[in-house]
Write a protein that binds this ligand. Structure first.
Ligand code: M6P
Ligand code: ZN
Length: 194
């Protein structure tokens, strides 16, 4: 491994922007079509307003190597798709033995975790909440507020992102708004056999 220089950055706790900024990934609704339960609502949004920005991820530009710690911020814009709140795609780590730490900065949401067998746990996240993702758990974040939900995360350099497993199985629980409240319901499209 090449020796790296120590680097300090400034994190704006209100906007989640890291300065100097490095890699920014934007996730739009078209790339998450099948992740939302209400696919008709997805089509309607695409027709009415175009390709809605759901969230963005600002990360350091470091190699994905063992021994390094990667970090970044995620900003999930407020909104819903049908009754479902805006959320991230969610992933397992390609190396399942790798964990992760989240720190809530602004807004309010949930960190939803799931094992390979479809066991689900959820942690409410607010500014100052430290959420721990143990190895083996897929993780997704959901914005349940009317403000951007912003958090910081740090994970091992060699963890990797496995999106396809969770894309095929889905999460066993959905977070919906009912009577103005966020509630968890069973996902009718959950596919445990992946
Ligand atoms: C957190 C970390 C990142 C991840 C991001 C968005 O910041 O877990 O590794 O990329 O959330 O989540 P996803 O990759 O599932 O879209
Ligand atoms: Zn992760």
């Amino acid at each position: 491994m090449k020796p790296l220089e120590p680097v300090g950055k400034v994190l704006n706790m209100e906007t989640g922007i890291l300065e100097p900024s490095e890699r920014v990934t934007q996730r739009h609704i078209s790339g998450m079509r099948h992740m939302y339960a209400d696919t008709d609502a997805v089509s309607q949004i695409l027709e009415d307003e175009g390709d809605r920005l759901i969230y963005e991820v600002h990360t350091v530009d470091l190699p994905e190597e063992e021994g390094l710690v990667l970090y970044g911020t995620t900003i999930i814009h407020p909104g819903r798709v049908g009754e479902e709140f805006h959320m991230t795609k969610g992933h397992f780590h390609t190396k399942r033995s790798r964990g992760e730490v989240y720190l809530g900065l602004a807004g309010e949401g949930y960190l939803v975790l799931q094992t390979r067998n479809g066991v689900v746990r959820s942690l409410p996240m607010r500014p100052g909440t430290v959420g721990y993702v143990p190895p083996m758990w897929a993780h997704r974040t959901v914005n349940i507020s009317d403000e951007p939900f912003i958090f910081f995360a740090a994970w091992p350099g060699d963890a990797g992102h496995d999106y396809s497993t969770i894309e095929q199985m889905g999460f066993a629980k959905l977070l919906l708004v009912r009577d103005g409240k966020a509630i968890f319901v069973d996902n009718p499209k959950f596919n445990k056999t992946q």
